[in-house]
Design a protein around this ligand. Sequence first.
Ligand code: 1CP
Length: 346
Amino acid sequence: MKPLLKVLNNNKARTPPCWLMRQAGRYLPEYLELRSKNNNFLNFCLSPHLAAQATLQPLQRYNLDAAIIFSDILVIPYALGQKIEFIENKGPILEPLSQPEHLARLDWKGIERVTSHVCEAIDLVKAQLSPTTTLIGFAGASWTLACYMIEGHSSRDFNQAKAFAFRWPKAFQILLNQLAEITADYLIAQVNAGAEVLQLFDSWAGCVPSSHFYPWVIEPTRKIVQRVKESYPDVPIIGFPRRCGAWYKEFLMLTGVTALSLDDTLNLIWARQELGKQAVLQGALNPMMLVFGGLALRHEVERQLKILNTGPYIFNLGHGILPETPPAHVQNLIELIKNLTQNEEL
Ligand code: 1CP
């Protein structure tokens, strides 16, 4: 069995499998080169040959255990007909859903507009992947998608999204439910096409008020997991409710996810103890440590292995790789993990 799948099936590995969130992208010169010839980011994501090429680029450089299909969580609002643009050095800009009436603009049948392209990219990648590498499909969870769709751009706290939810709770609930439905369809299509593992990114779970963590994060995630499992009971699903602190425990118990991706602010000793020795955990290196490299990186990798590799564990970052990361540091990291775990230093 492939190393990543083995761990996701609850087996502890001596050397944990490793992949990095946002491993394809702007820190790689070959990605920048490919991207410079394609101005429009959405067209780039939705061109199966380009997406397949970008997916495979990190695998050509490094001995990583997984490929994550090159796309973006915001292809879903695009598929629903929301106006969206990716502006260089600024990020995504959407026409915000600022009133409940605006929800009527969304075309819930539009999902087909992206599914076929992403599935074709998955098919192309699968044909070129080494037999030990696992292909990961992904989507944004409902809360994080709703954040961008309502706010219209990135934010530290997504207060416009919260204001919408408090002012129009019914409309907000409908939005979360509908997003959960089509996200499940989208993920099922990715598994049909050949994705072997799924990751659900809830990047802004950390700014949900505690009073609403259950309806905004847990409940939509539980629905997505349940729907996917009705079609594919065995497909592992990794949940990433970033920066939700102690809520990680309820999230694991109540959503049905197979594994948890931990962020870089969580107390890892708490995590291994409270989530359990049998819990499949992924993470949680601070992305700046990979930028910095050197002794600080070595000490932190050692610490994380000591704490988390006591049970099923997948090495990863606590959030996406930063564009300023020197590509050589990724190579160093992979060697470091291997050396530290094979020499019985730990
Ligand atoms: O200039 C460019 O080439 C665009 C930069 C870029 C890239 C390379 C964006 C815009 N998205 C992506 C690819 C991407 N996005 C991938 C595939 C690459 C890989 O993992 O190897 C994935 C998995 C994502 C997921 C994603 N997009 C998330 C969830 C993970 C996370 O980092 O929290 C989020 C929040 C987005 C939105 C988004 N898309 C792009 C940017 C710059 C952002 C973040 C905006 C923000 O900071 O709020």
